[in-house]
Design a protein around this ligand. Structure first.
Ligand SMILES: Nc1nc2c(ncn2[C@@H]2O[C@H](COP(=O)(O)OP(=O)(O)OP(=O)(O)O)[C@@H](O)[C@H]2O)c(=O)[nH]1
Length: 242
């Protein structure tokens, strides 16, 4: 069973005096990344792969949210990525939803490449972020998981890429399960870490004002779906032989 909280650090702090370690940790920037998408797409496995460097033996549907952390070195700075692995099932999300969306620094949207409905639901997840006033400028990444299931692929790369482009997000197709893709999973989160490091300096989440109000315009459902429709239309044009 996966652990609720793990911190895999690549720093060599163990050899430093305790007071120095505490001081260094106090200065360390923490970035909150939420991982969202349908139930069963592999959010828990992806975050576990990144934080514990392995595929979990067994997982159960996430209830509310699980947290995992990993400290990474980005261009000489130790930054802590705090991953919020959110429940995909509506009944396990309800009570926690407000907490997910506070003080978010980056978002990872996950779908299952073997399940078209999980991709088709992406506009809904993006819409949920908009409804909670998440700024469109915060880094976002689209991840198609379970690429190891080569015979079952239902969402082709071209369609996913067009969709990602329409939202200005990078697309990563990967597998939390495939050991050979472990570096790839790391690359996804490290891409975000680099983007976050170079963003404006931010206060750690525990120092920010939780009741902050945002003025982002909320987008309607129809606008959310337009990205998916546009990706589909462009794909039809691409595959037309005329
Ligand atoms: N083949 C394959 N199976 C995977 C992969 N990642 C996850 N799985 C399996 O997919 C199932 C769901 O994985 P989870 O990580 O629990 O999915 P989740 O998105 O966190 O689900 P919720 O907690 O309900 O939101 C499990 O049986 C995993 O073993 C992958 O990369 N490849």
């Amino acid at each position: 069973m996966v652990s609720k909280m793990s911190d895999s650090s690549n720093s060599d702090l163990h050899e430093e005096p305790e007071s120095f370690v505490i001081e260094k940790q106090a200065q360390r920037r923490i970035f909150k990344i939420i991982v969202i998408g349908d139930s069963n797409v592999g959010k828990t496995c992806l975050t576990y792969r990144f934080c514990s460097s392995k595929f979990p033996d067994k997982t159960e549907a996430t209830i509310g949210v699980d947290f995992r952390e990993r400290t990474v070195n980005v261009e000489g700075e130790q930054i802590k990525l705090q991953l919020w692995d959110t429940a995909g099932q509506e009944r396990f999300r309800k009570s926690m939803v407000q907490h997910y969306y506070r003080n978010v620094h980056a978002i990872v949207f996950v779908y299952d490449v073997t399940k078209m409905s999980s991709f088709e639901n992406m506009p809904g997840w993006i819409g949920e972020c908009d409804q909670h006033n998440l700024n469109r400028d915060i880094p976002r990444i689209l991840v198609g998981n379970k690429c190891d299931e080569k015979d079952k692929i239902a969402v082709n790369t071209n369609l996913a890429q067009k969709f990602a482009d329409s939202y200005n997000m990078p697309l990563f197709e990967t597998s939390a399960k495939d050991d050979e893709k472990a570096n790839h999973v790391d690359a996804i989160f490290m891409t975000l870490a680099h983007k976050l490091k170079n963003a404006k300096p931010m206060m750690p989440p525990y120092l920010t004002n939780h009741s902050r109000n945002f003025n982002t315009v909320q987008l309607g459902d129809s606008l959310q779906k337009r990205g998916l429709e546009r990706a589909r239309a462009e794909e039809r044009n691409d595959s037309c032989s005329c």
